[in-house]
Design a protein around this ligand. Structure first.
Ligand SMILES: O=C(O)c1ccc(O)c(O)c1
Ligand SMILES: [Mg+2]
Length: 627
C-alpha cells in the first residue's frame, strides 16, 4: 500500500510541505496546481525536489472544466489539457485528476462527456499519461461517483479511469457500497477526507472543514472497505482542505494524517479479512483497564504545597522510590506520584512548565502491544535508562511533550509499586476510589490531534463537541471515552488566552492536564472527612443554587446540603451527578470530586461556566491582574 497526501493539505511553502510530508513517512504526494504555480522553480526542479525527499509524485491536480463544452471552448479545453500534459512530463508524473465541470456553459449528457474523455484518452495515451475523472459533489452536471463511473465506462479507453474521493461520496450521503460494482483496474486513484457533520453549502464545507479520516463524522472506513473490495491496490491519499491545517504546523498535520491513514487501513484490513490487504501488521487497539497513576513533576515549596493538597484530599503517603526523589500517594485505586528529580523527563518538564502532570500511567491488557501499535502509527517510543532494581515499563511520547506509560498484569508490571516503592495495601482515605476523568487543556487547533491520538491507539469513542462559556471567551470541549469509563478524557480547546484554559496554557507554557476528577460513592461523607483534613472547596454563589431549585425537584434538605458543601449538580436520563472543586494551585491545576449514578453519561458540562466564573473570581480576589 502506498500512502500519499495532497500538498494542499498542509501549511507552508512547497519546500516546507515536502519536508514535513517526507518526515512523516509518506510514499508520495498529489501536487496541487496552486502549490506548483506559486513555487519559483521549474517543473523539473519540483520533480527533483520531491524525489530528493524520497517522494513520488503520484498525481497532478486539479484540471477543471473539461467535459461537455461546446466549440470553440471544447477545442480550447483540449489545448489546455495538452499543455498540462507537457508540464506533467517535466514534473515526472503520469496521472492527472479532472474534476467534474462547473463551467456555466458546460452541457450535460453522459455520452457527450464520454466522447470527450474517449478523445482525451487517445491523446493522453500518446503521451503516456492517464486521466482520472472525479465527480465533485457540486459539479454542474456530474456530482455523483455513479455518473462519473458511467462516463468512464462509456469512454471505454484504457487511459481513462475514475478517481474516488470519500468526501464527495459521503457528503452527498451516497451509499459507498455502490463503489463495489466498479472494476478495481478502472479506479485510478483514491482520495480520502473526513468532515464534521455540519449543515452547510457543500462547496464551502469541502473547502474549509475537511479533516483527517477519524477526525470527523463521515464513515470513511465503509467507503474504503468498498474501494478495496473492487480490487483497487493503488495509492491511498489524503486530500484535506482545512482552514486550521493551512495555518497549523506542517509537521504535526502531516503526522496526524499519517496516523489517521495507517489506522484507517488497519481497520479496513480487520473488517475485510478476505481481501488479504498489503497493510503493515500491527496489534489491534488495546483494551484500557483504567488509570494506573498520574505523575506530577514538582520541586521545593511547590512540591510541599502539592503534597499538602494531596493530604487535604485524603491521600496517604504510600511509598518512596528505591532510587529517586519520587513519592507515591494513594487513596483507593488512585495513585498520584510526585516526582522531584532534577533530570530526565520529569526534570525537563518542570524546568519548562513548573509543577504539572508530566506522565500518565494507563492499565492495559498488553503494554507491549500499545507501544507496537503506537509506533506503527508514527508515534515515538519513550525510553529513559532504568536504575538498579527498576522495571522497564513501556512508554510512548504523547502530544505536546507528554509521556504515557503502560502497565499490564500479564508482564508483572503492576508489581512496580511493590518492587520500586515497597508499597502495599489500599488506603481508604476519605473514600475517593478511582480516577473518573482527566481534563486536558489545549489550544483549539490541537483538539483534532488529541482526539485522533486517543481514538487511533485505543478502543475509545468521541462525543460531539460542546461549547463552554468562559466570561472571557469560548472553550470547546469534547469527551473521548473507553467502554465502561476505563479512561475518560475531556479535551478542552481554548481560542483565547484570556479564558481560564488559555491562561493555564500560557502560565504553564503548554502543559496539558488541567484537572483531575476523582470519584467517590458518597460525596457528602467524603467532603465531611476532607473538611476535617483542611480541604477548602471552590465557593459557589447563592444564585447557582436558586437556579438549581428552579430546574430540578430535590428531596427535602438535599439542596441545602449541596449549597452548604459547595456541591454542583446535574442529571440526565440515566441518573444524577454531584461535583465539587478544589481551589487551583501551581499554575492553575485543580481537582474535582464527584459522585455519579452508574447511568449518568455526562461530565457536568452545564455547570462549567459557573465553575469557571467562580475560579476567575478567586483569581481576581488574589490580585492576579486581569488580562
Ligand atoms: O474544491 C475543489 O475544487 C476540489 C478540487 C479537486 C479535488 O480533488 C477536490 O476533491 C475538490
Ligand atoms: Mg478530490
Amino acid at each position: 500500500m502506498k500512502t500519499s497526501i495532497a500538498t494542499v493539505s498542509i501549511s507552508g511553502t512547497l519546500t516546507e510541505k515536502l519536508e514535513a510530508i517526507a518526515a512523516a513517512g509518506y510514499d508520495g504526494i498529489e501536487i496541487f496546481e496552486q502549490d506548483f504555480i506559486a513555487y519559483d522553480g521549474s517543473p523539473a526542479d519540483v520533480g527533483r525536489m520531491a524525489r530528493d525527499h524520497g517522494l513520488e509524485i503520484l498525481l497532478f491536480q486539479p484540471f477543471r472544466d473539461f467535459e461537455g463544452l461546446p466549440e470553440p471552448l471544447r477545442a480550447k479545453a483540449f489545448d489546455r489539457a495538452e499543455r498540462k500534459f507537457d508540464l506533467m512530463g517535466e514534473l515526472g508524473t503520469d496521472l492527472v485528476l479532472i474534476c467534474s465541470s462547473c463551467h456555466p456553459q458546460a452541457l450535460g449528457g453522459i455520452d457527450r462527456a464520454a466522447d470527450d474523455f474517449a478523445e482525451l484518452g487517445a491523446r493522453a495515451a500518446r503521451r503516456g499519461i492517464r486521466v482520472g475523472y472525479e465527480a465533485l459533489a457540486w459539479g454542474k452536471h456530474v456530482n455523483d461517483h455513479r455518473d462519473a463511473w458511467e462516463i468512464v465506462r462509456r469512454a471505454d479507453h484504457p487511459n481513462i479511469g475514475i478517481i474516488l474521493d470519500s468526501f464527495h461520496t459521503l457528503a452527498r450521503k451516497i451509499d459507498p457500497e455502490t463503489i463495489r460494482r466498479i472494476p478495481g483496474d478502472k479506479v485510478f486513484f483514491v482520495q480520502l477526507a473526513d468532515a464534521p457533520l455540519i449543515e452547510m453549502d457543500l462547496l464551502y464545507w469541502s473547502r474549509h472543514f475537511r479533516n483527517m479520516p477519524g477526525e470527523g463524522d463521515l464513515d470513511v472506513t465503509a467507503f474504503m472497505r468498498a474501494v478495496m473490495a473492487t480490487g483497487y491496490r493503488g495509492p491511498v491519499s489524503l486530500e484535506i482542505f482545512n482552514d486550521q491545517f493551512r495555518g497549523g504546523l506542517a509537521r504535526a498535520t502531516a503526522q496526524d494524517g499519517y496516523r489517521s491513514l495507517v489506522s484507517l487501513m488497519d481497520d479496513v484490513r480487520r473488517q475485510e479479512p478476505d481481501l488479504a490487504l498489503d497493510v503493515p501488521l500491527m496489534p489491534a487497539r488495546v483494551t484500557l483497564e483504567g488509570v494506573s497513576f498520574l505523575e506530577f513533576t514538582s520541586r521545593g515549596e511547590e512540591a510541599k504545597r502539592l503534597e499538602a493538597m494531596l493530604q487535604s484530599l485524603g491521600f496517604a503517603r504510600a511509598g518512596r522510590h528505591l532510587n529517586k526523589a519520587v513519592t507515591l500517594w494513594q487513596q483507593g485505586d488512585i495513585r498520584i506520584v510526585v516526582n522531584q528529580e532534577t533530570t530526565g523527563h520529569a526534570g525537563a518538564t518542570f524546568t519548562a512548565r513548573g509543577t504539572t502532570i508530566c506522565d500518565i500511567g494507563l492499565s492495559v491488557s498488553s503494554a507491549a502491544d500499545v507501544v507496537a501499535r503506537a509506533e506503527a502509527l508514527g508515534a515515538d517510543a519513550f525510553r529513559q535508562p532504568a536504575g538498579a532494581g527498576e522495571l522497564d515499563i513501556p512508554a510512548i511520547r504523547g502530544l505536546s511533550g507528554s509521556v504515557l506509560h503502560f502497565i499490564d498484569a500479564a508482564s508483572g508490571l503492576d508489581r512496580v509499586w511493590d518492587i520500586e516503592f515497597a508499597a502495599s495495601g489500599r488506603p481508604e482515605g476519605a473514600g475517593l476510589t478511582r480516577v473518573d476523568h482527566i481534563a486536558q487543556t489545549m489550544t483549539y487547533d490541537e483538539m483534532l490531534s488529541w482526539s485522533l491520538f486517543y481514538t487511533s491507539l485505543f478502543d475509545m469513542k468521541k462525543s460531539p463537541m460542546v461549547d463552554v462559556i468562559d466570561p472571557d471567551g469560548l472553550v470547546r470541549s469534547q469527551v473521548v471515552e473507553a467502554p465502561d469509563g476505563a479512561l475518560r478524557v475531556t479535551l478542552n480547546g481554548a481560542d483565547s488566552h484570556r479564558t481560564l484554559a488559555g491562561t493555564f496554557l500560557s502560565e504553564t507554557f503548554g502543559a496539558s492536564v488541567q484537572h483531575i476528577a476523582l470519584a467517590t460513592e458518597d460525596i457528602f461523607a467524603t467532603l465531611e472527612k476532607l473538611s476535617a483534613l483542611g480541604f477548602t472547596p471552590l465557593p459557589m454563589p447563592p444564585n447557582y443554587y436558586d437556579d438549581l431549585a428552579s430546574r430540578f425537584d430535590f428531596p427535602t434538605g438535599l439542596l441545602a446540603r449541596m449549597k452548604a458543601a459547595n456541591v454542583l449538580y446535574d442529571r440526565d436520563d440515566g441518573g444524577a451527578f454531584f461535583q465539587c472543586y478544589s481551589r487551583a494551585f501551581a499554575g492553575g491545576v485543580f481537582f474535582e470530586i464527584l459522585q455519579r449514578d452508574a447511568g449518568y453519561r455526562g461530565f457536568g458540562a452545564p455547570n462549567a461556566p459557573f465553575r469557571i466564573a467562580a475560579q476567575k473570581r478567586l483569581l481576581r480576589a488574589k490580585g492576579v491582574p486581569e488580562r
